[in-house]
Design a protein around this ligand. Structure first.
Ligand code: ACO
Length: 337
């Protein structure tokens, strides 16, 4: 049976460092509020006067992941690109990034699963590998949030949280009898809570997607979030999906070397750690440095955890877990092969 093995990882971070103190200068917020509520100290945004898309940060991450895997772009037989902030309305960022990699016929699929994008992407890659559709897959998560945020006090609850980044993993199908690769995947979605975290405009369901006199002050162009509702959902659903993913993989928390959660809020992840009764050191955090980079967040955390030597050796077992807009949520147990 073929198993999906991660061969290389990479990251591409936006160039402009924005600290909490920088945000204090443009809106009514404070370093103390942001740190206490979220754990975030800084994030990176693209420059306001340059056109940089998700495919650009994804491309930087992809080049590094390919190099770390020892692959050429031409070795790829499938690309999956997870983003809620595609470069343009269409075509998808996967196609744009593939062209930057010098490819002209490799299939490229965009997925729109927000903070759970990496989990949906990894599960899709695993299914493609197991069914023989592809064998060397590049999975990218990348977001440019900053160009779509309301940088006034009105948008402070959302704007302080998000950062721009890309991250990538190369996944290869390997014939083996060993219990390695994706040991389980548990995915969910509940569109009844779509309104709890959404950017409504532009919307193709409207008679006119972009009105001729685009009112850029219309708050529906900016993401809105019912933070407390999502926070409560996360505290309830993440333990539940964790139990489901562990049962499917036939593992217990003692089998997990490192929990690599989506970086939305340090308190949410610490809450999951407490529920699982694990030491803080077993839950990986880099939200302090990057904020919430949505689809990039888990592969970015994985890349840094591997760089720090925390995981990556054959047999190391990690648990990826996320909840985000959709709502979507899920958990994946992965063992390095
Ligand atoms: N600076 C200062 N004050 C602020 C800020 C800010 N940036 N933002 C909000 N406030 C104020 C509010 O106005 C409110 O004031 P009031 O009490 O006078 O009304 C007060 O702070 C408390 O606001 P809450 O929204 O209740 O704050 P909470 O403790 O819930 O923290 C947070 C907000 C950090 C957003 C939290 O709710 C959270 O992390 N929720 C989950 C987010 C999440 O996981 N999202 C999913 C992933 S993202 C994705 O999928 C794209």
């Amino acid at each position: 049976m073929k198993q999906s093995i991660i061969r290389g990882t990479g990251k591409g971070i936006a160039p402009v460092l924005v600290t909490n103190h920088d945000l204090e200068k443009i809106m009514d917020t404070s370093d103390e509020w942001i740190r206490q509520r979220t754990g975030i100290e800084q994030r990176y945004w693209i420059p306001e006067d340059e056109e940089i898309g998700s495919s650009d940060l994804g491309f930087i991450a992809a080049e590094q992941a390919l190099k770390n895997a020892g692959w050429q772009a031409s070795d790829l037989d499938f690309i999956i690109f997870a983003t809620l902030s595609p470069d343009i309305m269409f075509p998808g960022s996967g196609c744009l990034m593939a062209a930057k990699l010098g490819l002209d016929s490799t299939p490229a699929l965009d997925i729109r699963q927000q903070c759970t994008g990496f989990l949906y992407g990894l599960t899709t890659a695993d299914a493609y590998i197991k069914t023989g559709i592809a064998n060397k897959i590049l999975l990218v998560g990348a977001e440019i949030h900053s160009s779509g945020l309301d940088k006034t006090t009105r948008g402070r609850d959302v704007t302080v949280i998000f950062g721009d980044a890309g991250a990538a993993v190369c996944i290869e199908g390997v014939e083996t009898d060993e219990n390695v690769g994706l040991l389980s995947s548990a995915l969910h979605a509940d569109g009844n809570y779509a309104h709890a975290l959404t950017a409504e405009l532009p919307a193709s369901r409207l008679p006119q997607r972009m009105p001729p006199d685009v009112a850029i002050d219309d708050p529906r162009y900016f993401p809105v979030m019912d933070g407390p509702a999502i926070f409560k959902k996360a505290l309830r659903l993440l333990p539940k999906v964790t139990q489901e993913a562990f049962e499917k993989a036939n593992v217990t928390v003692d089998d997990i070397d490192l929990i690599i959660p989506h970086q939305a809020n340090m308190r949410i992840n610490q809450g999951l750690g407490q529920y699982l009764k694990v030491d803080d050191s077993k839950v990986f955090h880099n939200i302090q440095k990057y904020g919430n980079t949505t689809a990039a967040s888990i592969p970015l955390a994985l890349h840094e955890a591997m760089e720090e030597g925390l995981v990556g050796k054959k047999g190391d077992t990690v648990y990826f877990v996320a909840l985000g807009a959709g709502l979507t949520w899920g958990g994946i147990v992965y063992r390095f092969g």
